[in-house]
Write a protein that binds this ligand. Structure first.
Ligand SMILES: C[S@@+](CC[C@H](N)C(=O)[O-])C[C@H]1O[C@@H](n2cnc3c(N)ncnc32)[C@H](O)[C@@H]1O
Length: 217
């Protein structure tokens, strides 16, 4: 696990992946996929405002992030004072509808969080190197309830222009990572204008693609 990479990333004043509002796909697809769910898992969540968006809708947002600075910034910026509990695999921060685990995602299990009808992976799988992605995909699946699904956002750019993270993950890669799943592309949009970093790299294109992943039983 590349702790140093992420620790250095969180020492910088801004992070290219962090958005100042809830993610476009979460807002756009909220009614169709999120509305009515009791809780949603957000793995590798950084300090995403998606946690606040979901909690505002009275959905329990369960985030997992291993960088302490990111977790502390989340609470500082949100102005919420959580209850803090030391647990075997890290520290859990609880507020009304937000449960944020300061933990390595691979150390957290369904017995800790319960299962989920919905997982929202945004900038999570694309943050992981190839050698961890199979382990991550099966770990993610282990949190799903039998009727559950994953909404997963990948990145698409010309790999000659950037090496990642974020890594490029194709639909074909997703079929290899989730061999027992039905995978449907729902949407895509360009994020070239979302952060000066992408402009600096002079990328010709940079898209986020939203997939729905359902396990076949
Ligand atoms: C690209 S960022 C995305 C953050 C968030 N999903 C968002 O949309 O803003 C990836 C995050 O994963 C965290 N991370 C990487 N590996 C992790 C692991 N094994 N367990 C928990 N967090 C991890 C990093 O510290 C970083 O904050």
């Amino acid at each position: 696990m590349d702790y140093d990479f992420w620790n250095n990333c969180w020492l910088r004043p801004t992070q290219p992946f962090h958005l100042s509002q809830a993610h476009h796909f979460l807002v756009k697809y909220y009614q169709q996929y999120f509305d009515g769910k009791d809780k949603v898992l957000l793995p590798l969540c950084g300090k995403t405002r998606d946690l606040l968006f979901l909690s505002d809708q009275k959905i329990d947002a369960v985030g997992v992030e291993f960088n302490q600075h990111a977790v502390e910034e989340f609470w500082k910026e949100s102005g919420i004072r959580p209850e803090i509990t030391k647990v075997d695999n890290g520290v859990r921060y609880d507020a009304a509808h937000i449960h944020l685990w300061l933990s390595d995602f691979f150390q957290l299990h369904k017995k800790d969080t319960g299962s989920f009808q919905l997982i929202f992976d945004r900038a999570a799988i694309v943050a992981l190197p190839l050698e961890l992605r199979h382990k991550y995909a099966s770990h993610l699946e282990s949190f799903l309830s039998p009727d559950g699904q994953i909404l997963l956002v990948t990145m698409d750019y010309d790999p000659k222009e950037m090496s990642g993270p974020p890594f490029c993950i194709s639909e074909r890669d997703l079929h290899e990572l989730f061999p027992h799943a039905e995978i449907t592309e729902l949407d895509r949009h360009s994020i070239l204008d979302s952060h000066p970093r992408w402009k600096e790299l002079e990328l010709s294109y940079l898209n986020e693609i939203l997939y729905k992943i359902r396990l076949k039983h």
